[in-house]
Ligand binder design. Structure first.
Ligand code: DC
Length: 211
């Protein structure tokens, strides 16, 4: 089973992806973390051909054998990752690895182009969305060094860049759109689980899960 989750920064993708992976026994692949690790590597002067990434089931990200997870979620890497993700050679490099990760495996993959480009035939496609202001409020808790206005300005700039080209933030047919404004995480997760169960029912009307 392949579950694709897309949406802008701060829409709640990671929390929902985590919950679905646990509930349905899937490997969780956070593709944003892959773009972040590549941004870190390039900023250290490495070439794409010198980059080896590994995402462990516990979500730790290894770059050439080193656990870099703690270095990926800073305002600097927020910005750099958004910039390197706009380079076609970086996207080709990572999309190929993402497809390999999803091969013959139950997977929940989250990002910006999963349902549209990486796994267009995913069994379930979810698109999470929320207003810019709500997403900025959530991000403020994750980036305590920045003011609300700084986070808002950064998110606005990233929204514009992250949705530009390469099929990103495109809602394709059969995508379930989940708006998360003013809702609790549990409520959103419950809706996402329902969407997955409905898709499984359609795939196997007897109710038996296959694959
Ligand atoms: O989801 P995130 O904020 O951790 O993603 C980091 C950056 O990578 C973000 O600016 C957009 C980019 N990205 C992308 O272009 N395509 C993806 N599938 C995932 C992330």
């Amino acid at each position: 089973m392949q579950i694709a989750i897309d949406g802008p920064a701060g829409s709640g993708k990671t929390s929902v992806a985590r919950a679905l992976a646990k509930r349905f026994g899937c490997l969780l692949v956070n593709t944003g973390a892959m773009y972040r690790a590549v941004a870190l590597a390039l900023s250290h002067g490495l070439k794409l051909s010198e980059i080896q990434l590994e995402i462990r089931p516990n979500e730790r990200v290894f770059l050439n054998g080193e656990d870099v997870t703690e270095q990926l979620y800073t305002p600097e890497i927020d910005e750099l990752a958004s910039q390197v993700a706009a380079r076609s050679e970086v996207r080709e490099f990572l999309i190929e690895q993402q497809r390999v990760l999803a091969q013959n495996r139950d997977v929940v993959m989250e990002g910006r182009d999963i349902g549209s480009v990486v796994l267009p035939n995913a069994d379930v496609k979810l698109y999470l969305d929320a207003s810019l202001e709500e997403r900025a409020r959530r991000r403020c808790h994750e980036r305590p060094g920045l003011s609300y206005d700084e986070v808002l300005a950064q998110l606005r700039a990233r929204d514009a860049r992250d949705g530009q080209g390469f099929g990103r933030l495109q809602i394709t047919p059969n995508t379930v759109i989940i708006r998360t404004d003013g809702r609790t995480l549990n409520d959103v997760i419950a809706e996402a689980i329902q969407a997955v169960e409905a898709a499984l029912q359609r795939r196997s009307p007897s109710g038996k899960l296959s694959g």
